[in-house]
Structures are given as structure tokens and as C-alpha cells.
Ligand binder design. Structure first.
Ligand SMILES: CC(=O)N[C@H]1[C@@H](OP(=O)(O)OP(=O)(O)OC[C@H]2O[C@@H](n3ccc(=O)[nH]c3=O)[C@H](O)[C@@H]2O)O[C@H](CO)[C@@H](O)[C@@H]1O[C@H](C)C(=O)N[C@@H](C)C(=O)N[C@H](CCC(=O)O)C(=O)O
Ligand SMILES: Nc1ncnc2c1ncn2[C@@H]1O[C@H](COP(=O)(O)OP(=O)(O)OP(=O)(O)O)[C@@H](O)[C@H]1O
Length: 519
């Protein structure tokens, strides 16, 4: 059995638009007859096609989408938009062809036009950075709900449309899907949307056609160096979000040194925020807003957010780790920049005893009151490991046991650092598998073990495959007072093995292992 790829959500009542009007508005060259042709949707994949769609053929890493034009026509596509190469490939597909130089570049504008997402848009918040995008987006959405708004969310874990939740496919959907999602949100009365924006989304123009009211930057650290040549290129991939084409203003967190560089490169008004004890003292002194951790318990982190003109707010969020308070504070300042009063936010949060959010698979405690504490986390970078391990250790009287594996076919250059940081931060380390994809799982584990061997502090180390056995091993070693951190799978409900999504839930496996051990 393989796990289903989540569907693309579309408006339930699209209002078709004339293709001739579209060609006129965008001044596009075309071949074939456009008489009477109406489009009610846009897609770049035959798998997501609906009758009445404009099929956009983009050149991908594996092939050219226009090669599927005949299939798209059979599925009900009414026209093809593509480049010269695509037009050649689709010459006999029997669809009118609209010609543009770069279809991916055109996709955002076109999708915005087809789905009318520029008309009366909701408040849009876009968050980027290496770690904390999902968390900040969830926390920001939670505060918006507490303020009484009907909200939407687009994140790695889930998409929310008011109370409707679906599992996500990509972190940031393709522009065609993004605008369809916004149109569906409008039908549900959504007035504010938190969008997680990956570097890949910016590189592949997935948020084109949107203008965020406020963009947020969390941090930058080693990740994705398979998609980007080096840290500089990865950093630069984030910058388009801080230009007027994509956002009106920004809130930038200075906790990593890249924050100051985003401020330098932004061409929109920027407000800064820094966490005391984590950003440099100079950055804390220069920041517009600061975050101070007041209290940390296994159930919540309490913090003070202080800003210009003596404004301040004290609240708590139901997550562990200073970094989660930094994420929550970033979200709150993004709301202030959008025009919400800090006092009103404070009052709404006070009424509820703090931020009320559930973040699936983000340092999520899956154990009960007895036995070891078990946390399942989505962290898959050295920096995420360091912060999350520190947060877990803080509440562990006994030993900290870490279980993790690394993604196959993704940035192999971070694996040594992941192994080393994990070994430094725990007492028992169990190296296992994650999504091997098309890589050899044993050789990924070997690289992680080499990294762990470089650590100054050497924990007890085990190599256990598959992950089902690894969590059983971890629970068998754990005693009351110990903690287990299983990093990597987070909210995910599948493992990718040779391109097949096998159903799998780390949270369920961990709970089952605890039950089996009698906890
Ligand atoms: C590097 C990258 O972003 N690749 C994306 C890209 O794939 P591609 O260019 O290789 O496309 P391709 O497979 O050559 O196909 C070309 C075209 O033919 C179409 N096609 C293909 C086959 C078919 O039967 N019918 C059909 O219409 C495809 O839909 C596509 O439009 O376009 C595809 C269609 O939308 C995406 O699914 C794919 O994301 C892949 C799955 C991916 O893993 N992307 C990752 C790197 C990513 O984007 N990650 C970030 C988050 C990172 C993080 O923060 O952790 C994200 O935002 O999710
Ligand atoms: N501000 C932060 N600084 C450092 N690490 C963080 C921060 N926020 C979260 N993390 C770590 O990163 C993990 C993933 O968090 P989250 O899903 O919010 O990040 P993300 O940026 O959305 O990740 P992805 O790009 O993989 O979707 C967390 O579980 C935690 O381990």
C-alpha cells in the first residue's frame, strides 16, 4: 500500500474567464483559435488537472511538461501555455498554444488573474528562514484566531482553510496551487493567511503574483546545499521576499548573523527583533524589539516581548525551547506591523492564558505521565538539532536519548554536522533511517556515524535499522526520568523509499513502543 499524495484544493465555484481576454491583457502570442474558449483553472501537472484548465507546460529537471499536453487535452485542458521548446513538443496535441519565454515566471501572474486573487485579498503573512517557518506560521495563525479572525495557513505540515485541514504536499505550493488555495480560502471567508515560504519557492517563483503585507525572516543555517551551491547562494535565494515585488514590509530576526544581512539587502521597510542571550549583545541593543525568556517549563515557555516606546507584552506558548518563543514573538511583531495593536493582542492572549496552538510534530510530546518523555520532531538540520536537544535536556532529570536518520537525495553535506551535533547533545545516540529515497540507507547511516565520531563528547552509540526497530530500542533503553528525542519525521505520515510513499507515523510508532514497554 502506498500513501496518497494530498490533493490540490481549488475554489468550489470558479468564475471562468475568456482566454481571448487573457491573451489581450497579457499581450501574449498564440497559435490556434481562442474563440469561445474559457478557462476556469490553471495547472502545471496532469495529475492535478481539472476540465476547463489552462495547462502550463514548464521545463522541469526531469522533463518538459508540454510533453504531456495531449494527455492534458484528454483530461479536459482547453489550452496550453508554454515556451518555444514546449510548443514544438505539443504541436500535435490539438490545443491552442499561448507562447511565453518562461512559463514558470508567468505562472503567478496568470494564476492571480484566473483566480482573481488580487481582488480584495486577505492579509498575507509570508515567513522564510532555515528553521522555524512552520512554527512561526502556526503561532501567528493561532494569535490571529484568538483575535477572532477567520484564518488560512499554508505550511509544510498542513494547509488550513478556516476549520478545514488538509495535509500538505510541498512546503510552498506551486503558484497555480497557491492562487487556487487563496481563491478557495476567499469562498470560506478567510481574512488573513500565514504562508510558509521556502527558498525553493522563491527560486521557482511559487509565490509570484502575491504581495505579502508582512514578510518574516527567522534565521539561516546549514541546509539545502544540494539545491544551492553554497551558503551565500542559499542566503541570496531568500532575498526576493524582502523586495517590493513580493512584500510591503518585513520583520527580521537577528538571532543568526544572516538577519543583519537581510536588513542590508531589503528594499522595503524593516523592523528587527532579537532574542536576549542568543543574538549578539550588539544586535540585541540595536533591535527594535527584544524577546526575553522569563520561564521555561515542560508545558510552556513564557517570554516578554519589548518594543519601541516602552511597549511590551508578556505571554506564554505551549512549546519548549527558547527558539519557539523567538518564533512566537516574530509572529506577534509581524501582526503589529500589519496594524494590530499590541495591547489588543495582549488582551486576547491573556484571556486564553497565552497562545493556544498545536504544532504537529514540532517537539511534540507523545508520551503520557509515566515513563520516559518522548518527543517527535521535524528538525533535520544541525542548528535545529542543537536547539531542540538543548530544550529537551533542560527538562530531563535522567539521560537524553536521540534517534534520527537523514534524508536521502537531499543535502548530503550536512550529514557529518548532524551526526556530530547529535552526539554532542545526548547520552545515547541511535542512528537509523529516514527517507532513503533512491540512496543506500546503510551508506547514509555510515556518514552520520562518521560525523558522530567527530564529537568531543562521545555518547553510547547504536546503529539500528529500520526506524521501527530504532524506536523500540530507544524505549527499551529508557528509564523513568529519561527523554527520547526522535528527530526528522515530525508530522509526516509516510516514508519515501525508492520513490514509493510507504505509510508511516513516527508519533504512532513511538506511542506503540511505549505501550509495548508497559508505560
Ligand atoms: C526542485 C523542485 O522544486 N522540483 C519541483 C519541480 O520538479 P521538476 O522541475 O523536476 O519537474 P519535472 O518532474 O521535470 O516535471 C516537469 C513538469 O511536468 C509535469 N508533469 C510531469 C509528469 C507527468 O506525468 N505530468 C506532468 O504534467 C510536472 O508537473 C512539471 O510541471 O516541479 C514539480 C511540480 O510542481 C515539483 O513537485 C518539484 O518538487 C519536488 C517534488 C521537490 O522535492 N521539491 C523540494 C526540493 C522543495 O521544493 N522543497 C521545499 C521545502 C524545503 C524545506 O524547507 O525543507 C518546498 O517548498 O517544498
Ligand atoms: N527559531 C528556530 N531556531 C532554530 N531551530 C528551530 C527554530 N524553530 C524551529 N527550530 C527547529 O526546527 C524544527 C523544524 O521547525 P519548523 O518546522 O518550524 O521549521 P521550518 O523552517 O518550517 O522547517 P522546514 O523548512 O523543514 O519546513 C523544529 O522542530 C526545531 O527542531
Amino acid at each position: 500500500m502506498s500513501s496518497r499524495i494530498p490533493p490540490v484544493l481549488r475554489p468550489e465555484h470558479p468564475s471562468p474567464r475568456s482566454l481571448a481576454g487573457f491573451v489581450q491583457e497579457f499581450g501574449i502570442d498564440y497559435r490556434g483559435s481562442l474563440d469561445g474558449v474559457e478557462i476556469s483553472g490553471v495547472t502545471i501537472g496532469t495529475g492535478d488537472l481539472h476540465p476547463g484548465d489552462l495547462f502550463v507546460g514548464v521545463k522541469g529537471a526531469k522533463g518538459h511538461g508540454a510533453a504531456f499536453a495531449a494527455e492534458a487535452r484528454e483530461g479536459g485542458a482547453v489550452a496550453l501555455l508554454t515556451d518555444a521548446e514546449g510548443a514544438e513538443l505539443a504541436a500535435d496535441a490539438g490545443l491552442p498554444i499561448l507562447l511565453v519565454e518562461n512559463p514558470r515566471l508567468a505562472l503567478g501572474e496568470i494564476a492571480a488573474w484566473v483566480y482573481r486573487t488580487r481582488e480584495d485579498p486577505p492579509l498575507l503573512f509570508g515567513t522564510t528562514g532555515t528553521n522555524g517557518k512552520t512554527s512561526t506560521s502556526y503561532l501567528l495563525e493561532a494569535v490571529l484566531r484568538q483575535l477572532g479572525l477567520v484564518t488560512g495557513l499554508s505550511s509544510t505540515a498542513e494547509r488550513h482553510i478556516g476549520d478545514l485541514t488538509i495535509v500538505s504536499r510541498l512546503t510552498t505550493p506551486e503558484a497555480s496551487e497557491m492562487h487556487a488555495l487563496l481563491a478557495r480560502m476567499r469562498e470560506s471567508g478567510v481574512r488573513a493567511v500565514a504562508v510558509e515560504v521556502s527558498a525553493q519557492a522563491l527560486t521557482h517563483h511559487r509565490v509570484d503574483g502575491l504581495v505579502f503585507d508582512v514578510a518574516g525572516f527567522t534565521n539561516l543555517s546549514h541546509d539545502h546545499l544540494d539545491d544551492y551551491a553554497d551558503m551565500e547562494e542559499y542566503f541570496r535565494a531568500k532575498l526576493p521576499l524582502f523586495q517590493p515585488e513580493l512584500a510591503k514590509r518585513a520583520v527580521v530576526c537577528l538571532d543568526t548573523s544572516y538577519g543583519a544581512r537581510v536588513v542590508e539587502e531589503a528594499r522595503i521597510p524593516v523592523t528587527t527583533i532579537a532574542t536576549i542571550g542568543h543574538a549578539t549583545p550588539e544586535d540585541v541593543a540595536g533591535a527594535d524589539w527584544t524577546v526575553e525568556i522569563l520561564d521555561s517549563t515542560p508545558a510552556y515557555t513564557e517570554f516578554r516581548l519589548s518594543g519601541p516606546e516602552g511597549r511590551s507584552l508578556v505571554t506564554r506558548e505551549p512549546l519548549i525551547g527558547w527558539h519557539m518563543a523567538a518564533n512566537a514573538a516574530l509572529g506577534i511583531v509581524m501582526l503589529v506591523e500589519a496594524g494590530f495593536e499590541l495591547e489588543a493582542i495582549g488582551a486576547a492572549l491573556d484571556a486564553d492564558g497565552g497562545i493556544r496552538a498545536y504544532l504537529p510534530g514540532r517537539t511534540e510530546r507523545v508520551s503520557g505521565d509515566r515513563g520516559p518523555s518522548v518527543y517527535v520532531d521535524f528538525g533535520h538540520s544541525p542548528d535545529a538539532f542543537e536547539n531542540t536537544l538543548a530544550a529537551v535536556r533542560q527538562f530531563t532529570a535522567g539521560r537524553t536519548i536521540m534517534v534520527f536518520g537523514a534524508d536521502g537525495d537531499r543535502d548530503a553535506s550536512k550529514r557529518h554536522a548532524m551526526g556530530r551535533v547529535a552526539a554532542e547533545g545526548c547520552d545515547i545516540l541511535i542512528i537509523t533511517d529516514h527517507h532513503p529515497r533512491f540512496e543506500n540507507a546503510a551508506s547514509i547511516r555510515k556518514t552520520l556515524l562518521e560525523g558522530a565520531a567527530q564529537a568531543q563528547h562521545q555518547p553510547e552509540i547504536y546503529e539500528v535499522s529500520p526506524p521501527e526497530a530504532a524506536i523500540l530500542k530507544a524505549v527499551s533503553l529508557a528509564k523513568e526520568g529519561d527523554s527520547i528525542l526522535w528527530a526528522g519525521p515530525g508530522h509526516q505520515d509516510y516514508r519515501d523509499i525508492e520513490g514509493v510513499r510507504t505509510p508511516y507515523s513516527a508519533r504512532e510508532l513511538a506511542r506503540a513502543a511505549l505501550r509495548e514497554a508497559g508505560w
